[in-house]
Design a protein around this ligand. Sequence first.
Ligand code: UDX
Length: 431
Amino acid sequence: MRVGVFGAGYIGLVTGACLASLGHRVVVRDIVPARVEMLRAGQVPLYEPGLEDLLRQNRDRLTFTLDAAEALEGTEVAFVCVDTPPSASGDADLSRVWSVVAELGSAPELKALVVKSTVPVGTGEQIRGVLETSGLGHLGYASNPEFTAEGRAVRDFLRPDRVVIGAEETETARLVTALHEGIDAPVEVMGVASAEMVKLAANALLATKITFINEIAAVCERTGADVLEVARAVGLDHRLGPHFLNAGLGYGGSCFPKDSRALRAMASNSGHPFQLLSAVIEVNDLQPRRAVQRLKDRLGGLRGRRVALLGLTFKPDTDDMREAPSEVLAARLLAEGCEVTGWDPMARLPDREPWTTRVRRTKTVAEAAEDCDALVVVTEWAELRDVDWSDVAHRMRGRVLFDGRNTLDREELASQGFVCMAVGRATAGED
Ligand code: UDX
């Protein structure tokens, strides 16, 4: 089939490359000239494992353009993969989605519009109304939410747990199902509103699971239980499952924070305050602040202290800093009068944020730790496993290591002289 993909961001590129690998001819359209030029030159403007290879392997079936008409020429299905950032009211800003809808114009071969962007429930119905009044009522409409996690997006697209297709007409559902031929996963066909809700509900439930274990961790710290032991045994209950039970410094990224706020706003707008989700959002906001407070108690104050943040991205294997807990940690530590250094193998620091200019970025963990009172593991990068910690300990003026992701062997570190704090576990190496 011939497919047009609107938006060459993270989701658009993964969708385009994967659909091309399934044998479809894909034209990806973006409005940023530099991005399109890069893609035409075979460069990928973002880091995602496997994506560059997939784009290269399928370049005969992939075209990049700035021109909406070119993306629609001969196209049977148009995918909307633009971003929907939060607006001031907490609702998703849908202006980019509406821009694409407005560009559909005359595309005689177009049979269906498929929205992959995360949108509030009811958006599909609104779009269908607009298509109707603008003479495009014959177009099919489908919601086809994505559930891809950064760092494993290609695998998540080609080998997902399920494909969700929301469509009101059988013909449209069939067309979109056919596009996914070659993917071995259950296809869940449902109404448009339900499909829109699945995405928000899934992300909110995952965020809730993480937050729940973070709360259990806080109680473990006060009662002598160990959250790793608790989570492992709790997760063996097949009704609960082992995933997303790692206590840490809070969830970040481009999806969980944004989608949970969007679902909360949507629920409030519908007259139902989603109190559980409000609590999840609040607890997650507190999580890095609690860590700073624990460090302050441990160090007997933070003014004039030197602290190194190890890992800055919201999770490993990405350069993405969106809603990363490191931002709150850095800003809070600076506000408390600390000097902050930061190590990260990939992070692309946002230059508009005042804290980024005040954190001294280093190339190695050892450099970041030089003369520090404390280290905080913020992101569980694999590189941290190969660090010579006894060398690091000798470079420091203090000996606190706060493992905010419970990723290091704290007994081993304690034997090298560290006082090793963790989340939801006893501190190791105390005198
Ligand atoms: C997530 C969802 O997994 C994906 O399905 C959705 O489409 C987009 O949002 P992503 O944001 O890429 O994907 O990252 P994910 O690996 O899910 O982690 C999100 C955040 O939760 C990270 O900050 C991570 O550190 C944190 N997390 C995750 C925990 O703190 N504990 C866990 O047990 C799991």
